[in-house]
Each structure stands twice: as C-alpha cells, then as structure tokens.
Write a protein that binds this ligand. Structure first.
Ligand code: AMP
Ligand code: ZN
Length: 138
C-alpha cells in the first residue's frame, strides 16, 4: 500500500521517533505548527476514526497521553492541542489515522479558529434526534 506512515513504520522512510511499542509509533512532524509538534499513529493501517477498532484506539490514546506529557515538558509550552482529522474536508492529508500533538505558546501564530454558528429555533433538537438514532451501544 502506498502509505507514507506505513513506510515510516516499516523504516522505508526515516522519521524522528520518540516513542514506540508493539502497536504504536510516535515521531516528530516534519512541518511543525510549532517546534515539538508530534504525530502518534497505530503501526497497523487504519484510515480514520470510523474504521479503527476500539482496542487499537485505546492503545493509541494512551500513547498520545504519554507523548503529550513529554512534549509539554520538553517544549516548555503553555498548552497543547491534540488534533485528529478525518477525511479530506477536515484537513486529513495522510490517510493513516494519526493524532497531532501541538505545543502552544501564549500569543503564538497557530490558528484553528472558526466563527461560532447559531441554530435556528428547533434545529438543535432536530440534530440531536438525528444523532441519537445513529448512536450505537457497546
Ligand atoms: P493531516 O493533515 O492531519 O493528514 O496531517 C499530516 C501530517 O503529517 C502533516 O502535519 C505533515 O507535516 C506530516 N507528515 C507528512 N509526512 C511526514 C513525514 N515523512 N514525517 C513526519 N511528518 C510527516
Ligand atoms: Zn498506512
């Protein structure tokens, strides 16, 4: 499969690894939003949040926590954003699920802003109903 993150896992493409276990790999992003920006991935290829198993996700999120704590100290930052994009419209460029760990500094120039929207009367309930019929139990 022609996946850049699978190639990082196999070693075909080099990376600045910072954490690795049987299931998970973390490395520095080559084009950081701020220095210390890291990427955490499962070693197995899953495209996005919709096709990864709960078990694999639990392993990744534990590694995200571990990595974020280390980056927080190493970058001596004021905050951390954890981002995970799904599909092109949401900014996903690499189709191998990954979490971004982004150190933030007071008044830095990183920007994830959006203009807060509004619901017309009844719309929030309509949306709630639509979501409720799609919530699946465990
Ligand atoms: P996304 O837009 O969420 O798919 O983010 C993909 C991220 O992967 C971007 O921030 C890229 O800078 C990063 N990236 C792409 N190729 C590499 C690579 N070879 N090594 C490290 N990071 C990479
Ligand atoms: Zn992959």
């Amino acid at each position: 499969m022609d996946c850049i993150f699978c190639k990082i896992v196999s070693g075909e493409i080099p990376s600045s690894k910072i954490y690795e276990d049987e299931k998970v790999l973390a490395f520095l992003d080559i084009n950081p939003a701020n220095k210390g920006h890291c990427i955490v991935i499962p070693k197995e290829h899953y495209e996005n949040i919709f096709d990864i198993s709960d078990d694999a996700l639990k392993e990744i999120i534990a590694a995200v926590k571990k990595t974020a704590s280390a980056v927080n100290k190493a970058a001596n930052c004021d905050g951390i954003n954890i981002l995970q994009n799904n599909n092109k419209a949401a900014g996903q460029l690499v189709s191998h699920i990954h979490f971004h760990i982004i150190p933030r500094f007071e008044n830095d120039e990183v920007n994830f802003s959006y203009k807060p929207g509004k619901y017309l009367e009844g719309e929030i309930n309509e949306m709630r109903e639509k979501i409720l019929v799609n919530i699946t139990g465990n």
